[in-house]
Structures are given as C-alpha cells and as structure tokens.
Design a protein around this ligand. Structure first.
Ligand code: SF4
Length: 245
C-alpha cells in the first residue's frame, strides 16, 4: 500500500502563536485563496520537493512530546490551506490522537465537506477559522473567492459542536469599521456555543518582500490599523462576552 504524501512548505517546532502551548506547526502547501494581505504567498504553489510521508512527520513530532505535555501544546496544521490535502491531515491527526497529542487546524474554511474533511474534524481538538469577510463581494475582493463555502463550513462546525477559535484580520477599509464589527459580533453570537476565543490580527505588510521575490504584484495599499482602532474593536468583543487574544 502506498502511503499518503503531504506536500509541506515548512515546519516550525517551537510555535507559540498558532494554538495553545508550544506547538509543532506544519505549514502545508497550496491554498484556494489569494488574500491581498497574505504573508505566506510562497505556500500557494505545489512543490514536489516538500513531499513527506505521514510516518516521517509523525516520528519527528514524537521528539517534542515532552514540550507538548509541559506547556499544554501540540500540533497545528496550517498553511497555505491544510484541507487542500485532507487525506494527509486525516492520517496524521488519527495517529496523533492515538497517542493523545493535541491537534489544531488553522483553516480558511473554503473546502468541500468530503468524508476526509469530516474525518479530519473528528480527530481535531481545536479549529482556528479565518473569517475573511462576512460580505461575499468584499470576500471576493480580499481573497479571490466568495464566502459561501466558508459559512457552510462554520455551520458544519456548529452542527458537530467543534471547539473553534475565530480569527479576523483587521484591514482598514475592509474589516475595521464599526458597522462591520457590530455585524460580525451579531453573526458570531449565533455560534457562541462553539467559539472558544476571538483572535484579532491587525493587518501588517510583513509579507510584501515575499511577494516581490515571487514577482507577484502586491496590490493592497492601506496602512495597518491604528492602535486605538484595534483597542476599540477588542473592547467591542469583550463587552459582548468574548475572550480575546
Ligand atoms: S488563506 Fe492564508 S495562506 Fe491562503 S492566501 Fe489567504 S492568508 Fe494566504
């Protein structure tokens, strides 16, 4: 039997930003979106040189088990979009749950709800879901795709009672005005039973250099949000009863 290969962009062994505790973060190749602010455009494309078997990744992860136990950490599949390769994600998460390692999926949610994807979610302890924009046209402008599948994905997470952390990138002119934030809070209230935390990510231009290196034109020409705006948005969520990180 041939083992499933995963096309991996890179691995971070001491991650502290992608889920609880210290984490082994696997950045998978390929993504269905082309977000205007993407800071990992080098993950968009398939590179056969990054092919790894589930077993080889699993054996490497086991070396860090003490760190996971000590810090409440585990493994995060990120990207790119990890659900572009659901079979690899499923096989890896299954093995990790067999040895009780915490699993986290960082996803844009733009996927077909196939049996493999549903399987990944079954073996996933925490989903970190990016909401790019609630308005489908704005979503299209920001990512190149509408948001129908993402909202269906969130509905599915709710139907299976999956613990979810919602991530919102704060991009001036797209996602920082008061009306949008109020609309987002009202929308998320429908899912509050599964929402563990809200993560607000102020837009920054740290990825621009990568775009230039890849010869892709960086088209987003807004500055990052003011600190006062970010604080105001944070408070709006806190006042509505959400935990913020
Ligand atoms: S979903 Fe993530 S990896 Fe994909 S384009 Fe958007 S920011 Fe980049």
């Amino acid at each position: 039997m041939t083992e499933t290969l995963g096309y991996i962009h890179s691995v971070l062994t001491g991650g502290t930003l992608d889920g609880p505790g210290v984490r082994y973060v696997i950045f998978m190749q390929m993504c269905p979106f082309r977000c205007l602010y993407c800071h990992n455009p080098d993950t968009w494309f398939k590179n056969p040189l990054g092919a790894r078997t589930v077993e080889s990744v699993y054996q490497d992860i086991l070396k860090y088990n003490d760190f996971f136990n000590f810090t409440g950490g585990g493994v995060t599949l990120s990207g790119g979009e990890p659900l572009v390769q659901p079979k690899f994600a499923l096989d890896l998460f299954k093995k990790l749950k067999d040895v009780n390692i915490h699993t986290c999926l960082d996803t844009c949610g733009y996927v077909e709800l196939s049996d493999d994807v549903k399987g990944v979610l079954e073996y996933c302890d925490l989903v970190m879901l990016d909401i790019k924009h609630l308005d489908s046209d704005m979503h299209l402008k920001l990512t190149g795709k509408d948001n129908k599948r993402v909202l269906e994905f969130l509905d599915y997470l709710y139907s299976i009672n999956k613990k979810t952390r919602v991530r919102q990138v704060l991009v001036p002119t797209f996602t920082t005005d008061e009306d949008y934030i109020n609309e987002l809070i009202l929308f998320l209230d429908n899912y509050s039973g599964i929402i563990e935390k809200i993560e607000l990510l102020p837009y920054h231009k740290m990825g621009v250099e990568k775009w230039e290196k890849l010869g892709i034109k960086y088209k987003l020409s807004v500055p990052g949000p003011d600190k006062s705006v970010v604080e105001k948005i944070k408070n709006a969520f806190i006042n509505s009863g959400y935990d913020i990180i």
